[in-house]
Design a protein around this ligand. Structure first.
Ligand SMILES: C[S@@+](CC[C@H](N)C(=O)[O-])C[C@H]1O[C@@H](n2cnc3c(N)ncnc32)[C@H](O)[C@@H]1O
Length: 203
């Protein structure tokens, strides 16, 4: 049967914690796969903020949620996007600045923030997330979360710069006071270069 993939495990943890009407954040929207999940979970009364520094990623995400993309969008995804109706805020900015873009009345009440680090598949692979920006964004994400809210981070130690970023994220998580948050890893023990998941639940 095998274990859930890293991405499926991130989705499972988020699904268990997000309800209709919630405010949620995709910190690295890329192709919009996580944004679509978040929009479906938050529903008509919810709000989704999706960040990326590349206009192409925002375009791909817009297409996926509109159900208008030709490539790689399934019928089920189109139906989900069409029915979700969540207020979608596509933000062309670094996730390090997320607090400035999320509505003030949602601060401290965000249900989930999803990160999927690295580069946009099929685009310039030198445009990647970086330790400084990622750690600033993680701090912002934790402060935006409500108690019981979750941050998921998919880490890619296999590409240039990825291992350093993953180490920095692990050190950041290890230094969080246990009274503030609980951090866990989901990782293949025999493949050091495989992508892995960190999840942080705010207390
Ligand atoms: C692996 S992709 C994300 C995949 C996406 N979650 C999906 O479902 O398709 C990583 C994305 O992070 C974006 N990125 C890099 N630096 C960023 C930053 N400082 N703020 C926001 N996004 C960033 C890249 O442009 C890229 O689109």
């Amino acid at each position: 049967m095998g274990f859930l993939s890293v991405l499926s495990m991130a989705h499972k943890l988020v699904k268990e914690r997000v309800s209709q009407g919630d405010t949620v954040v995709d910190a690295t929207c890329g192709n919009g796969v996580d944004t679509l999940l978040l929009a479906e979970l938050a529903g008509r009364r919810g709000a989704v903020y999706a960040f990326d520094i590349q206009a192409e990623a925002l375009e791909r995400t817009r297409d996926r949620l509109a159900g208008s993309s030709g490539g790689g969008v399934s019928a089920a995804e189109k139906a989900g996007a069409a029915s979700s109706g969540a207020a979608l805020h596509l933000v062309h900015a670094s996730h390090a600045d997320m607090a400035a873009h999320v509505a003030a009345d949602a601060h401290g009440n965000v249900a989930a923030v999803m990160f999927n680090l690295g580069y946009l598949p099929g685009a310039d692979q030198t445009v990647i997330t970086t330790p400084d920006g990622t750690l600033a964004a993680l701090d912002a994400a934790l402060s935006l979360l409500r108690p019981g809210g979750i941050v998921t981070v998919v880490l890619y130690p296999g590409h240039p710069g990825g291992a350093e970023e993953a180490d920095a994220v692990q050190q950041w998580a290890a230094s969080l006071p246990q009274a503030a948050a609980q951090a866990v890893l989901y990782r293949m023990a025999q493949k050091a270069e495989a992508p892995y998941l960190m999840a942080i639940e705010k207390r």
